[in-house]
Design a protein around this ligand. Structure first.
Ligand SMILES: Nc1ncnc2c1ncn2[C@@H]1O[C@H](COP(=O)(O)OP(=O)(O)OP(=O)(O)O)[C@@H](O)[C@H]1O
Length: 241
């Protein structure tokens, strides 16, 4: 589903070239929920942004759904990105658009006709439990509701993959549990493959099938996560690679 092959990313900083992601190879399988953990600055967000080529790798290949995104011209890359949704810690909603206006944006960019757009926005808001908030504005919503709008927007173009960058880090424990429930449903009911960057091992124990650990730009390990059991603490373990 997602194959990173020997991917490298450098940034130019005031103190020289910084090697943020170093020769990372990783395969995310179709249908899994794959966690990426590691200390602050380890390169987790950079790795996630390499998966949809929001960051272009300096070396290596990024293949999603059998298509090499690193070899595509910009126009084809924009089209390919429609099958890769993304959500962020701080939601990135457009404040002067209503909830339905936000969810409609990727459909407008994809040239979907108005009637179909309205229907799809309604479906997506219903899926995340916010059908009654369609005409409200982001400032009127709680953090959890804003993240649900961002999820609905990410689902609008029926992606095969959803990339999540610290999606619950700004949320309280109950809201975190609710949002993880939504992500689990997206995975199970819609068959969407999910990659989730987090510093919270509870998130990993709760929803991830495998977890990769980053340190100083390197991928240290990828492990299976024991099947989550309600109310129990489950250790990540059972190295498989
Ligand atoms: N655009 C950029 N220009 C220069 N340096 C960058 C840029 N983006 C990231 N970095 C640096 O690359 C390193 C990895 O950043 P990244 O955001 O991927 O880490 P992270 O593991 O997600 O950290 P955090 O948990 O703090 O978000 C950091 O040292 C960061 O300062």
């Amino acid at each position: 589903m997602i194959k990173l092959h020997q991917v490298n990313k450098h940034y130019t900083t005031s103190s020289g070239l910084f090697h943020a992601v170093q020769s990372v190879s990783l395969q995310v399988e179709e249908g899994e929920i794959h966690g990426i953990i590691g200390a602050s600055g380890a390169g987790k967000s950079t790795l996630l942004r390499l998966m949809n080529v929001l960051e272009r790798p300096d070396e290596g290949n990024v293949v999603v759904n059998g298509e090499d995104l690193t070899r595509m011209p910009e126009k084809r890359l924009r089209e390919a990105r429609r099958s890769i949704g993304m959500i962020f810690q701080h939601y990135h909603l457009v404040h002067n658009r209503s909830v339905s206006g936000n969810v409609a944006m990727p459909l407008e960019l994809a040239g979907v006709a108005k009637k179909e757009r309205v229907e799809r926005v309604r479906e997506c808001l219903q899926f995340v439990g916010l059908a009654d908030k369609a005409e409200q504005y982001p400032a009127q919503l709680s953090g959890g509701q804003k993240q649900r709008v961002a999820i609905a927007r990410a689902l609008a173009n029926r992606p095969a993959v959803l990339l999540c960058d610290e999606p619950t880090s700004a949320l309280d424990p109950q809201t975190t549990a609710d949002i993880l429930g939504v992500l689990r449903e997206i995975n199970r009911e819609l068959g969407v493959t999910i990659v989730i960057v987090t510093h919270d091992m509870d998130v990993v124990r709760n929803i991830c099938t495998r977890v990769s650990e980053m340190r100083d730009g390197h991928l240290l390990s990828t492990k299976h996560v024991a099947a989550p059991m309600v109310g129990s603490t489950v250790e990540a373990g059972d190295a498989d690679e």
